[in-house]
Design a protein around this ligand. Structure first.
Ligand code: PLP
Length: 364
């Protein structure tokens, strides 16, 4: 038996009938883009997060770059972001011509709030807080800094659907919360999808117009927008999954609590959760100095793992033009060499969990 790092089929079969019924309903409706499913999903997801408005878009990356676009952030502006994020967070900034300013992560793999202030310049316009691996960032100090320096605060919640900091949902701390519904995310569609949430009616309206060629009224275009619409099929299927999201998160929590209790190997550091924060366990990420050997060892035992992420954005080929070098962000770079995501997915059996635990515990 091979254990995959992630698998999506089981998450479908858990609610197969409901998904299939909804798919047929959408197919038979004769309405496939920007209709009632999208409208209902937007209302339901806004309620879920506690934000006033939600606007669906075509992907998490679109949510990010459109967020910065409607906030007017572009050429000559700087946006603060953690160094160890998925590259899409950074692309959301650079697509607009703005410059990412990297900050090292803390021990919870999120932005180190204590290292933000020293990076703020006259050009700084925003902080992008990424809630990596499902855990809420240290939003108290992050929001306070945004406030103090009159910066925009955007959240990348692609991995944190439902995660809270001091009882408040990620995505609702700043101006805009950006979500992805890529199939492997905690709230996954069956294709691409994304959304922004906000309490600001003006921002919601600007995104609504921007995602549909900049038109408020058909064929009357206010701005040069884009085509980034959540389709009816994805929105309908997301509504089904959203109804079960708390159960699905509970199941992930159970698996991870078992990992936390039973994984015992002094060569690995287990994930920790910040006081006041919750995690929805998008990934279960361990740190290991011997990571490559551990990965190889697990692979030989039919246990697949993934590195999130092997190359930090500042060292990726795409961002050579920013002029960074190896050694510029030692913590970020060390994390890239140490992190390993253990198998984790809805529908993972007890036996599969046991196999992972026993194999990791025997690694020497
Ligand atoms: C997945 C992800 C994105 C991008 O979402 P897509 O829907 O794939 O475009 C952005 N940021 C983070 C942190 C992600 O994990």
């Amino acid at each position: 038996m091979k254990i995959m790092p992630n698998r999506l089929d089981k998450g479908f079969f858990q609610y197969q009938e409901e998904f299939e019924q909804k798919a047929l309903e959408v197919l038979r409706s004769g309405w496939y883009v920007l209709g009632n499913e999208v409208k209902s999903f937007e209302e339901e997801f806004a309620v879920y997060t506690g934000a006033k408005y939600c606007v669906g878009v075509a992907s998490g990356l679109d949510a990010l770059w459109i967020a910065f676009r409607v906030l007017g952030i572009g050429q000559g502006d700087e946006v603060i972001v953690q160094g160890n994020t998925y590259i899409a967070s950074v692309m959301g900034i650079t697509i607009n011509g703005a410059t990412p300013v990297f900050v090292e992560p803390d021990e919870y793999n999120n932005i180190d709030a204590g290292k933000i202030e020293e990076k703020i310049t006259k050009k700084t316009k925003a902080i992008l807080a990424v809630h990596l691996y499902g855990q809420a960032s240290n939003m108290g100090p992050v929001a306070a800094l945004a406030d103090k320096y009159h910066l925009r605060l955007v959240e990348d919640c692609a991995q944190s659907h439902g995660a809270c900091f001091e009882g408040r949902m990620t995505g609702t701390f700043g101006d805009i919360g950006c979500f992805s519904f890529y199939p492997s995310k905690n709230l996954g569609a069956f294709g691409d999808g994304g959304a922004i949430v906000t309490d600001d009616a003006r921002i919601a309206e600007d995104v609504r117009v921007f995602r549909n060629y900049g038109s408020e009224k058909r064929y009357y275009n206010k701005v040069v927008g884009t085509n980034s619409r959540l389709d009816e099929m994805q929105a309908g299927l997301l509504r089904v999954r959203l109804k079960h999201l708390e159960e699905l998160t509970g199941e992930r929590r159970k698996i991870c609590n078992r990992y936390l209790e039973e994984l015992k190997n002094e060569k690995i550091r287990l994930p920790e959760i910040r006081k006041g924060a919750t995690t929805v366990w998008h990934q279960f990420v361990i740190h290991c100095k011997d990571r490559d050997r551990l990965m190889e060892y697990l692979n030989e035992r039919q246990i697949g793992t993934i590195i999130h992420y092997p190359i930090p954005p500042h060292l990726s080929e795409a961002y050579q033009y920013l002029g960074f070098h190896k050694g510029d962000f030692p913590v970020t770079e060390r994390y890239a060499d140490e992190v390993l995501s253990l198998p984790l997915y809805n529908g993972m059996t007890k036996e599969e969990q046991t196999m992972v635990i026993e194999a990791v515990n025997r690694f020497v």
